[in-house]
Design a protein around this ligand. Structure first.
Ligand code: ZL4
Ligand code: CA
Ligand code: ZN
Length: 393
């Protein structure tokens, strides 16, 4: 077997920190930081570390976190102690400070370290890009898109994406943010609501009353005011249950293609939340590893500096599949991977109960009924085309 060789032209850097992966949100909480360890084990088992620059990310400093977050919030986050909340009172406490301590955003041991390591990895990735040492920088521990300036939300406490994009904006006039997590990227959208230097695009399951966070309608495109430069710079692609690889790929191509032509970004930040995969514990879509990865491939082919962030993903073995495949796309070695998972690896037990010979790409699980019509998808593309008339590079 020939090893994986470094393709000429693309420098890929990989940013992680094992200390981040040790944290626990609580017994049955869906967010499991050890999915990062599982992903990394699989990536290393395929030998991909030899084709990338590997960095142990540092913790972001208080000042770096304060580039986006309010100091009131950071000071509180730095001092709160884990406080077990009685089960029957969960989320009924009306005075959660900064939305911290409920069941979605619990207080746990080492919370501040977890957050600053996630942001540190994202910021290291951004700096490798701006210093031109990397063409593609991978930070699977980041992608926590719901966090607000002074509020935790949806398992996210610190918005590492916003912090990294702010760093990119010191070097690039315009940055394109794309979010393929099944949830709406509300925190990133809101952070850049009043600038025309960042265009945010989120694809998500949309059902205002039944699916978190309930925002991200097609018509929500930034503050409507004439005098706000950020108007028209938020693109939302609201979807229904069960969307397939074919439909998603078609939409992604039409939507992102037009945006890149018109907006002409200097860099792309792609949030690769893996909860848009079929079989996800919280998700609703039918995307396969191939369809999810096709979005990464599409961005890579734009030949622009690219950061890949993690995000959601609640069926750890499928998260590991997707992020391993997507790391291989970044490197450009996806066609050289053995489709069967390497045997005798310690992490193999996580996959073995599925089938005797688990593969990298095949997700097991019942597909959901597809509730997306071509008519609606065409309407979405039409809306984006019209929206882009108001956007200039
Ligand atoms: C859980 O089992 O929709 C949290 C959260 C904790 C442990 C035991 C407590 C049981 C599912 C979710 C009570 C849980 C009640 N435990 C959760 C409106 C809600 C209020 C909280 O991928 N309850 C809130 C957030 C979403 C809501 C999704 C996605 C993040 C990202 C980027 C965030 N919040 C209803 C739910 C469990 C839990 C089981 C849960 N929470 C599922 N969806 C939510 O976009 C990283
Ligand atoms: Ca999304
Ligand atoms: Zn999500």
């Amino acid at each position: 077997e020939a090893g994986i060789t470094r393709p000429r032209g693309y420098n890929v850097s990989f940013h992680c920190n094992p200390d981040m992966e040790q944290h626990h949100f609580g017994q049955t909480h869906p967010m499991k930081p050890w999915r990062l360890t599982l992903s990394k084990s699989l990536i290393y088992s395929y030998g991909m570390s030899f084709a990338m620059d590997n960095y142990i990310s540092r913790a972001a400093t208080y000042e770096e976190l304060a580039s986006f977050h309010s100091t009131d919030y950071l000071d509180f986050l730095g001092t709160v102690l884990p406080e077990p909340i009685p089960r029957d009172l969960e989320n009924q406490n009306p005075d959660l400070k900064f939305n911290l301590g409920g069941s979605d955003c619990p207080l746990f041991e080492g919370l501040y370290d977890y957050c600053s390591l996630s942001a540190g990895g994202a910021l290291d990735a951004a700096r490798k890009i701006t210093s031109k040492q990397s063409d593609i920088a991978v930070a699977w521990g980041g992608g926590l898109h719901h966090a607000k300036k002074a509020e935790a939300s949806g398992f996210c406490y610190i918005n590492d994406i916003v912090i990294a994009v702010l760093e990119l904006l010191r070097y690039y006039p315009r940055v394109l943010y794309i979010d393929i997590d099944v949830h709406h990227g509300d925190g990133v959208e809101e952070a850049f609501f009043s600038t025309d230097r960042v265009m945010t695009v989120s694809f998500h399951k949309y059902d205002p009353n039944n699916f978190f966070p309930g925002t991200g309608a097609l018509e929500d495109n930034g503050p409507k005011s004439e005098h706000n430069p950020g108007a028209h710079h938020a693109v939302n692609v609201p979807l229904n249950d069960g969307i397939t690889d074919e439909q998603y790929g078609w939409l992604f191509d039409k939507v992102i293609g037009q945006i890149v032509d018109k907006f002409r970004p200097g860099a792309i930040a792609l949030q690769c939340g893996a909860d848009s995969l079929a079989g996800d514990r919280l998700g609703r879509f039918n995307l396969q590893v191939q369809g999810h990865g096709a979005c990464v491939e599409y961005c890579r082919k734009m030949n622009l500096p690219l950061i890949l962030f993690g995000g959601g993903g609640y069926t750890p073995r499928n998260v590991a599949r997707a992020w391993t495949y997507e790391t291989s796309i970044a490197i450009g070695c996806q066609d050289k991977l053995d489709p069967l998972l390497p045997p005798h690896a310690p992490w193999r037990d996580h996959f073995r109960h599925e089938t005797l010979f688990p593969t990298l790409e095949q997700i097991l699980g019942e597909p959901r009924q597809n509730r997306n019509t071509q008519k609606r998808l065409t309407e979405i593309v039409q809306h984006v085309t019209e929206q882009l008339r108001f956007v200039e590079a």
